[in-house]
Design a protein. Structure first.
Length: 68
């Protein structure tokens, strides 16, 4: 569901899954599982990834949030 957006963000930052594992503690196998849309990242994982990339969780998952 959000795996493609998470993968694209990682790749745009020039990082491998192993590098993200080292920086966040999220196992590489879990990152692969998330990025291939076999599962959904939990909120803790989303926060860790968003913090690593310096973006919001909304941006991480490709959510286009607009205030009315």
């Amino acid at each position: 569901m959000y795996g493609t957006e998470i993968k694209n963000t990682r790749e745009s930052h020039g990082l491998t899954q192993k590098e993200v594992e080292k920086a966040t503690g999220i196992p590489q196998a879990t990152l692969s599982w998330i990025e291939s849309d076999k599962g959904i990242a939990n909120i803790r994982q989303c926060v860790l990834l968003a913090d690593l990339y310096g973006i919001s969780v909304d941006e991480l998952i490709g959510r286009d949030f607009k205030n009315n």
